[in-house]
Write a protein that binds this ligand. Structure first.
Ligand code: ZN
Length: 249
């Protein structure tokens, strides 16, 4: 079984399509999505339609923001969430496909367990909202508390920064690992990065594959200028949301 792990698509259909094509090329037979299908980008409907085919799809904080009242977002993100909601609401009211997207989002679980691995959007402690950033390795109390809730491995997203956290307070970027990490007996948290809005300085879409106890990180080029050209004319989506795709920040 080869399982692809994708997260933080953020309504970027160009990035998602490029990643799904790469997943097929790699021969992965399962897709797990760790949340934030929508928010920030111009194609929420199209992205939801794609992830409906995934084996597992978790709720992210932006998905929850679109469903309910957004809380704790900055102004740009909040405006994007309200615009996202209007896109989901205004699409052929009463049509079965419009309704099924809402229902799909509303039914997303916050976590998924498979043996000694847990899948979440944020962290094992707070599946929806907690960030685990690389610099959190210096916050030992936080890391110890989260690791105490993990049997062996946690796969997560939310920060848009891919890499591996080990229980001895280290963080390894995919480059430092040569894009491959072998799961052992030690506890780890693995951030699979972001498909639709990478923030680690590399504009390419990011995802991971889990296969035979090995995690590999993959970067995929996609035509981000197409995404940016759709974001600019939409007043509710700040131009910055397009600009950042070019720089991967
Ligand atoms: Zn996100």
């Amino acid at each position: 079984m080869k399982r692809a792990l994708i997260s933080d698509i953020h309504s970027n259909i160009e990035a998602l399509q490029a990643v799904l094509a790469d997943i097929r090329k790699q021969g992965a037979t399962e897709v797990f999505c760790l949340g934030d299908v929508v928010g920030y980008g111009p194609n929420p409907r199209e992205c939801i339609d794609e992830v409906m085919k995934a084996n597992v799809c978790l709720l992210g904080n932006h998905d929850q923001g679109a469903l309910f009242d957004p809380e704790g977002f900055n102004t740009g993100a909040e405006r994007a969430i309200f615009w996202t909601r209007s896109q989901l609401e205004n699409y052929a009211p009463g049509a079965p496909d419009g309704v099924s997207r809402w229902e799909f989002l509303g039914e997303r679980p916050r976590s998924h367990k498979d043996g000694d691995c847990i899948y979440v959007h944020g962290s094992a402690r707070n599946p929806l909202n907690e960030y685990v950033f690389p610099e959190d390795i210096y916050n030992r109390r936080k890391m110890e508390k989260i690791f105490a809730l993990i049997d062996r491995c946690a796969f997560q997203g939310h920060t848009h920064v891919p890499g591996v956290f080990t229980e001895d307070f280290q963080f390894y970027s995919p480059e430092e690992l040569n894009y491959e990490f072998v799961l052992g007996s030690e506890k780890v948290m693995i951030n699979v990065g972001s498909v639709g809005q990478p923030r680690d300085g590399d504009p390419r879409a990011c995802y991971a594959i889990l296969h035979d106890g090995r995690v590999t990180f993959h970067r995929v080029e996609y035509p981000f200028e197409e995404t940016i050209a759709k974001i600019y004319p939409i007043p509710e989506l700040d131009n910055f949301l397009g600009d950042r795709l070019r720089d991967g920040r």
